[in-house]
Each structure stands twice: as C-alpha cells, then as structure tokens.
Design a binder for this molecule. Structure first.
Ligand SMILES: [Zn+2]
Ligand SMILES: [Zn+2]
Length: 340
C-alpha cells in the first residue's frame, strides 16, 4: 500500500474539506455548446487521417495469419509501458510538474510518449492545462457535456483554432517550449511521425530476426514480425488512444464525486483500472498539483507507486504529496516554529 493511503484518523484526508460522498451530485451543465471557434464539419485532416488509418489497420488483428500469443503479450505490456509515456510523463510530470526527473530521463519518457502518437509535449500540455482552466465550460477543448463522442474523439478531428494555435501553446506551455528538444518537435512537424514509424520498424525487425532464427525461414520471420507490428504497435496504439480518451469522456460523465469541484469530473473505477490511476479524475481536479490521485485507501494509484519507486531509485525528486499531507506537513512545521 502506498504511504499516502490514510491509515490513521489524523490523516483522514477529506473530512474538513468536502461533503462526501455525493455520488448523485448533479452535473454543472445539462448540455454545452461546442467551443465557439469550432466550425462543425471542418475536418483536421492531419489528425483524422492517422486516426482512421490506424483504426482500419488494427482490424488486421482479426486475420489469423497475424496472430501470435507473443504479439498479444507484447501488446498488453506495451499498453502499460507506452501508456505511461502519457500518464506519468505528459500528464503528471510535464503538465502538472508534480515531480521532477533528470532531463535525460524526461526526454526518454517523451520519446516513449511519442510512440503513442498523441501529439507533441507542448500541444498535449497546453491542451490539458487549458482543460483544467475551463473544465466543462464552453472553451473546454473536450468536454463530453457537448456530446460523449465530441469529448472522446470529435475534438481531435475537428479544427479548433481556439486551442490549436501558437499563441495558446506559448501562453499555456512556455516552460515546455523553452526546452530545445521539445521546440525542435514543434518546428519539425514530421519528426514525431518519423519517431513513431522508427519504433514500429524496430518492432517489425525484431520480430523478423527472432522468427527467422527460430523457424529457419524468411517467411516465418516476416509473419512473426508482422504479428508484433499489428499487435504490439498498431492495436496497442489504438487501445492506448481509447484509454486516454476515456479520461476526457467517461470520467467527466460517469462515476462518483468526492469533491464539489465546480465541473463535472468523476471518479470511475474502470477508467482508473485501465489508466493505472487517472480514472480518479474528480480527485485529480480537486488537487491537480499532487503526484498522487489516491485519496482513499482503495482508490489505488499504480502510477504514483511507480513515481515513488523512481524516487527511491534516486531518479525522481520534489514529488508533491496530496493536499491533506501538504496541510499536515505545514501544520507540523507551524507547531515546531511555535514551540521554538
Ligand atoms: Zn478533466
Ligand atoms: Zn490534469
């Protein structure tokens, strides 16, 4: 169990801050209009084409020739490893700065995140900070109070100059743009795509070499490589997309609330399971600075345990604890100063 799980009455996190639990609390709005600069029907082809293409290619998983158990296992492991590029790196590390890591490790995590084809760091971070500033209000880039589909995928494939603009990236992600590597990704729009293709090629070539070596024929190698490509890269990418998108759509509609946060965020155990923590989204909106979204012992947050592991290994520092712990620490310091 994580050390932030409340174990004693003195650390009971919620008692003095919220009415709780309030699973029936009504949504803030019944229905929202689209963000005002969105023109329905104006497709953002740079996003729509890869999203459509990868969904179509993922259907190859239904062709038995591409199947291997190794491919399935590589996909399942990949959902966690590459998904953490988004959850641990893009979200908790870069967007909320809830902990710090060495620069080389941060860049390595960003390359893992780029293998998820979910935008560059500056765009992802700016969009998410924008979401926190305007959650479930009209400017929110992806509120599901417009429609579920808009919050899940529509916002990605329809143009929204109100969010996707240089001035928004400069305003909401200036710290990210100061890093030369992240700036390079913005200045070379094909670079993230090449990184994605390079990692896909690596999966194929590794499978080709292993299959050829094991079965002695080039065809066996091609088949095994193709299996790793389809399952380990394409299906995994599509699954990670939907898992990430479900935080935007499902956890702003379905689940219970620990806090009256002023928008419609929810804690959803299924999304929390799939996202290794992010589904405790109402907790996150209440305390976005914290590296942990675990506010009760059973709201398990695997991502936080992994951050603590990095800290134990000396690879993470300044890990921001939950609000109730920060408050307890402040009180403790106050008492000490008082006694002196
Ligand atoms: Zn949210
Ligand atoms: Zn956030």
């Amino acid at each position: 169990m994580s050390e932030n799980a409340p174990t004693s009455p003195t650390l009971e996190p919620l008692a003095d801050t919220v009415e709780l639990p309030n699973p029936t609390s009504p949504p803030r709005h019944d229905r929202l209009p689209l963000p005002d600069m969105v023109v329905p029907g104006r497709i953002l082809w740079a996003y729509a084409i890869p999203i459509a293409l990868l969904h179509a290619l993922a259907l190859l998983a239904f062709v038995p020739w591409f199947f291997s158990w190794t491919g399935v296992i590589v996909m399942l492991l990949g959902i966690h490893v590459f998904g953490q590029g988004i959850t641990l790196c893009y979200h908790r590390l870069l967007t909320h700065r809830s902990f710090q890591v060495p620069r080389w490790l941060e860049h390595f995590f960003v390359i893992i995140a780029l293998c998820c084809m979910e935008d560059t760091p500056a765009k992802w971070v700016a969009t998410h900070r924008y979401h926190h500033n305007h959650s479930d209000e009209q400017p929110d880039p992806h509120s599901p109070l417009v429609t579920f589909l808009w919050g899940h995928i529509g916002w990605l494939i329809i143009q929204n100059p109100g969010v996707r603009s240089i001035s928004v990236y400069q305003k909401y992600a200036p710290d990210i743009l100061r890093d030369p590597f992240y700036m390079k990704l913005e200045k070379n729009p094909w670079l993230p795509g090449w990184i994605y293709l390079a990692h896909a090629a690596l999966f194929f070539l590794a499978g080709l070499a292993i299959g050829w070596w094991q079965d002695g024929t080039a065809m066996a190698g091609v088949q095994f490589g193709a299996s790793l490509l389809v399952w380990g890269v394409i299906v995994r990418t599509v699954v990670v997309w939907h898992i990430t998108w479900s935080v935007n759509s499902i956890t702003h509609l379905f689940g219970y609330r620990n806090y009256e946060t002023g928008e419609n965020s929810r804690n959803n155990w299924l999304v929390a399971l799939l996202t290794v923590g992010e589904g405790w989204h109402n907790n996150h909106h209440e305390d976005p600075a914290s590296a942990s979204v675990q506010h009760r012992w059973w709201e398990i947050d695997i991502t936080y345990y992994e951050i603590k592991l990095l800290e134990k290994l000396g690879l993470a520092w300044n890990v921001i604890p939950p609000k109730f712990k920060r408050r307890a620490m402040r009180n403790h310091q106050g008492h000490q100063e008082h006694e002196e």
